[in-house]
Design a protein around this ligand. Structure first.
Ligand code: PMP
Length: 357
């Protein structure tokens, strides 16, 4: 009885901000989660920034907000206007949700290999979605160029250009970087993540290097075949590297975006990570940490363990958990899909029980 009364009177203490100002006010301030089993294994703290907890479900809400604010501030986006962008899906989801609250229209071009879940989400949010071929950036049919041409053909429309628009990097310089620094009390020894546009990598690198100089090491984790690994490890000359082999969505480029180029001097090195390593980590994170994330997050965690091993024990290494696995579950947990990509055997036998679709 007493106990019950005590329990019911207990005041739960929280550091959560009180009331968010609409969708936009709920972006950012995501938890930094210690991945306990992995941290014990490598002898350093492996810390994942839980970006799937943003209201649009990914790290790209931050960039979407800054892209829209920048366009509004520069007078490029007027009431009733249309936003056009090339996206793997997540920037589109963030933009589409903001368009709903602000009364804009949105049109997205996506690579045709992206998950059906993301296409469905965007369409049900009221976006017009066009699927384009997976071709090199030089090809005029690349989704970014198609999006640009579409914007130019409409009145009161803008192409937000996330690859090259530095408002993308600024989102992470002004929010994600400072959050990581504050959440670790400034004791962050390493940061690593993959790059799509490179906004996340570049903005966080810029902030952490400004605060800690060489006392923090910043690496890029690159899927096999993507250009950035060779760009950062062999004197920036091997951009002609082969096909990007990854099935991870939203990362892996064959060209250097302006966002990456703007911070290239701040990157200390790169790891090349295979889809096999990443898919295995998707399943391990689910099984051991109760963390249900997509392939890019898993790749980031693999990269974080490699960086931790390189830095030596007792360090704090931070990475990004970009989005949840929900948007990819028809692929990542389908035995048929895994077999079609030769990835089923990369998953340890005892973890294959999760592949139920
Ligand atoms: N992971 C996922 C799932 C993404 O959609 C993206 C963005 N395309 C990234 C990682 C990479 O983020 P950025 O564009 O900031 O490099």
């Amino acid at each position: 009885m007493n106990l019950l009364r005590l329990t019911s009177r207990r005041v739960y203490s929280t550091h959560a901000p009180k009331i968010s100002n609409g969708f936009i006010g709920a972006i950012g301030n995501t938890p930094l989660i210690r991945l306990n089993r992995l941290s014990e294994e490598v002898g350093s703290d492996i810390l994942g920034k839980a970006e799937w907890m943003n209201p649009g479900g990914s790290v790209k809400d931050r960039a979407a907000l800054y892209l829209i604010n920048d366009a509004e501030e520069r007078g490029l986006l007027k009431p009733g206007g249309t936003i056009v962008e090339g996206t793997a899906g997540n920037t589109g989801i963030g933009l589409a949700l903001m368009c709903r609250t602000k009364g804009y229209n949105c049109i997205f071009y996506m690579p045709e290999t992206m998950s059906q879940e993301k296409v469905d989400i965007l369409r049900l949010l009221g976006a017009e979605v066009y699927l384009g071929p997976v071709v090199s950036y030089e090809d005029p049919e690349h989704i970014a160029h198609q999006a640009k041409r579409h914007a130019e053909s409409l009145d009161n429309a803008i192409f937000t250009e996330q690859f090259h628009n530095l408002a993308n990097r600024r989102a992470h310089f002004e929010t994600t970087g400072p959050e990581i620094y504050a959440q670790t009390d400034g004791e962050v020894d390493g940061f690593v993540c993959a790059a799509g546009t490179g906004g996340t990598l570049a903005g966080i690198a810029q902030y952490l290097k400004q605060m800690k100089g060489d006392n923090v090491k910043v690496f890029v984790g690159d899927p096999t075949g993507s250009a950035l690994h060779s760009y950062f490890t062999s004197g920036k000359t091997s951009l002609e590297s082969s096909d990007v082999a990854t099935v991870a969505e939203g990362i892996g480029q064959k060209f250097v975006t302006d966002n990456v180029a703007a911070s290239e001097d701040l990157i200390d090195g790169a790891f090349s990570i295979s889809d096999e390593e990443s898919i295995k980590m998707v399943y391990r994170l689910l099984d051991e940490e109760g963390i249900y994330v997509g392939l890019s997050s898993a790749l980031n965690v693999v990269a974080a363990t490699k960086l931790a091993k390189q830095l030596g024990k007792g360090k704090k290494v931070v990475t990004i958990l970009c989005d949840s696995a929900h948007k990819y579950q028809s692929k990542l947990f389908s035995r048929q899909w895994l077999e079609s990509k030769d990835l089923l055997t990369a998953i340890p036998k005892h973890l294959q029980k999760y592949a139920i679709l």
